[in-house]
Design a protein. Sequence first.
Length: 158
Amino acid sequence: MSYRKKTFREKLADDKDLPRVERIPPGMAKQWGTGTIVIPAPSEVNAIMRNVPKGRLITINQIRDIVAHRHGATIGCPITTGILARIAAGAAGEEEAEEKKRVTPYWRTLKTRGELNPKYPGGLSRQRTRLRSEGHTVVRRGSRMFVKDYEQVLVRNT
């Protein structure tokens, strides 16, 4: 039996049985407390990322907060949300490779504290170039890169 690896676009299109809200598992309760956790659908994370306008930024934690609020959950899953943002970025990268012009602006989605994501298409260098072209200042701290004063340009009420 041969196995073909799914493309990022195929992964993005497969919502499976998501979103799903469940109790925060005991293994996560120490860090996240009690209550409920929403595991978002790939298409939902992509839609949030897609709606970030030029000149603005969003963090993974904001996306988590948005999906938690939408689904009445205590928290959005930190692991799944990060993975799905990477899938959305990869799908956009596949579309860019086919010279599509309107893709999800993944470079506007940052990690905690305004950090660029080295796993996005083109790595830190492409994300830095795109962010600079939209007027953001990118600074290096060791081997990592961050958007300076990112808090001032975060999206609100997405």
